[in-house]
Design a binder for this molecule. Structure first.
Ligand SMILES: *Cc1c(COP(=O)(O)O)cnc(C)c1O
Length: 379
C-alpha cells in the first residue's frame, strides 16, 4: 500500500493532500466567463446556453439537448416526460448515487431495485428480466407489478463510474414490457457502448456537470432526446412553463425553474472543448493503474467492460473483503491520498428500505469491496 501511495504521488507530482477528483480549468474558461459577464447576460437567457446545447447534442449524437441547473433536475424532468406519475414504480439499481432515487421520489413514484452485473457495476439485464417474469404481467399496454398492483412505468439504469452497462439488452427488455428507458448517464459523458454514446439509447438521457464530474459548469445538467415533442416540452417545463411571448408573462401549468444560467454555460462550453483531451488523459491513467495492480492478486483494478469504451471518470479497485477494504481506506486517507468506498446500497437507506428488491447479491458483494482511487486529470 505504501507503494501505491508513492505511485499515485508520483503520477500527480505532489505529496500534499490529493482529492479524489478535481476539476481542471486549462482552456477558455476565463475568457468565456469574462465575455459572459461583459454581456450582462449571466442568467437563464444567453448565447452560451444555446451554444452549449447545440455543441453537446452534436458531440454525443443526439438530436436535442436541454440544459438544466443540475443532473438531478435533468433526471426529474426526464422521468416526468417518460410519463412517470405519483404511485407508479420505477426500476433502478441499488448501487447508484442518491440523485437517481431522489428524482424518482420527487414525482411520488417508488424505486424498485434489481441487481447489477459484476463486470459493469450497472443494472443487470438478467436480473431485470427475471424480476419482470417472476413478478409482473402486461395489461392494457402497461407493465403491472403483481406484488404491489402498481404500474412500472420506467427503468433507469446508471453507467457506474463511466463504465457502460449492457444497455442494448436492457432496452430490448424494456420495449417488450412497455417500460420507458431513461438513462442516468450522469457519470458517463464520453463513454460508448458498441460505438454509440451512452445516454442516447433510451427515450431520454440525463447528464450532470457537477464539480466532481468529468467536465463541470459548477453545477449543471442536460437532458438529451431524439424526440422533438419531448425536447420542446423539456425546454418548456424547465423554464417555468412559460408560453413564448415577446414581453408578457403567461404560464399555463406548474413548471420548474430548472434552466441552466448562462454564466454556468460559459464555463461549460470551455470545458466541453477540452473533453477529448481529458478522455485521453483518463484512459492513460487507467492503463497505468492496470499495469500497477497487475502484480497484486488481492486487489483487482476495474477495467472497462466488453463492447464498450469507458470515460474512466472514477478509477476503482475491488478489494478481497471488507476488512482489507477498510485497511486500504484507512492507510491511503491517513497518507493524504483520498480514497472512498462505493455508495451504500439505496435499499438500505431509511427512505428506501421498504422498496421491493430482487436478489441483490452482486450489488452487496461490490458494496463491501469497491473503492475509488485518485482520478483527476493528470496535469
Ligand atoms: C452526479 C450524479 C447525478 C446528478 O447529480 P447533480 O449533483 O444533481 O448534478 C445523478 N446520478 C448519478 C449517478 C450521479 O453520479
Amino acid at each position: 500500500m505504501q507503494k501505491l501511495v508513492e505511485f499515485i504521488q508520483d503520477i500527480y507530482k505532489t505529496k500534499e493532500f490529493l482529492p479524489l477528483h478535481e476539476p481542471r480549468f486549462i482552456g477558455n474558461e476565463k475568457k468565456y466567463l469574462n465575455d459572459c459577464i461583459d454581456s450582462t447576460f449571466v442568467s437563464s437567457v444567453g448565447k452560451y446556453v444555446d451554444r452549449f446545447e447545440k455543441e453537446f447534442a452534436s458531440y454525443i449524437g443526439s438530436k436535442y439537448a436541454i440544459a438544466t441547473v443540475n443532473g438531478t433536475s435533468a433526471l426529474h424532468i426526464s422521468l416526468l416526460l417518460a410519463d412517470v406519475k405519483a404511485n407508479n414504480e420505477v426500476i433502478t439499481q441499488p448501487l447508484t448515487f442518491i440523485a437517481t432515487c431522489n428524482a424518482i421520489s420527487y414525482i411520488g413514484a417508488k424505486p424498485v431495485f434489481v441487481d447489477v452485473d459484476l463486470d459493469t457495476m450497472g443494472l443487470s439485464p438478467k436480473s431485470l428480466q427475471e424480476f419482470l417474469e417472476k413478478n409482473c404481467e402486461l395489461a392494457d399496454g402497461h407493465c403491472i407489478n403483481k406484488t404491489t398492483n402498481k404500474i412500472i412505468k420506467a427503468c433507469v439504469p446508471m453507467h457506474t463510474f463511466g463504465h457502460p452497462c449492457r444497455i442494448d439488452e436492457i432496452k430490448d427488455i424494456c420495449n417488450k414490457w412497455y417500460i420507458s428507458l431513461v438513462e442516468d448517464a450522469a457519470e458517463s459523458l464520453g463513454s460508448y457502448y458498441k460505438g454509440k454514446h451512452t445516454g442516447t439509447f433510451g427515450k431520454l438521457g440525463a447528464f450532470s456537470f457537477n464539480g466532481n464530474k468529468i467536465i463541470t459548469s459548477g453545477g449543471g445538467g442536460v437532458i438529451v432526446t431524439n424526440d422533438e415533442k419531448l425536447a420542446k416540452r423539456a425546454k418548456y417545463l424547465t423554464t417555468t412553463a412559460k408560453v413564448p411571448h415577446p414581453y408578457e408573462y403567461r404560464h399555463d401549468e406548474i413548471g420548474y425553474n430548472y434552466r441552466m444560467p448562462n454564466i454556468n454555460a460559459a464555463l461549460l462550453v470551455a470545458q466541453l472543448e477540452q473533453l477529448d483531451k481529458f478522455l485521453v488523459n483518463k484512459r492513460d491513467l487507467a492503463s497505468k493503474y492496470e499495469k500497477f495492480f497487475n502484480v497484486y492478486s488481492e486487489i483487482k483494478f476495474v477495467k472497462e467492460p466488453q463492447n464498450s469504451n469507458s470515460n474512466y471518470w472514477l478509477q476503482a479497485v475491488i478489494l478481497k473483503d471488507i476488512d482489507s477494504r477498510n485497511k486500504f481506506l484507512d492507510y491511503t486517507n491517513k497518507n493524504e491520498v483520498m480514497t472512498r468506498p462505493i455508495w451504500k446500497l439505496m435499499n438500505e437507506l431509511e427512505m428506501f428500505k421498504d422498496c421491493q428488491c430482487a436478489d441483490l447479491k452482486h450489488a452487496k458483494y461490490l458494496e463491501q469491496r469497491v473503492v475509488n482511487i485518485s482520478s483527476g486529470v493528470v496535469l
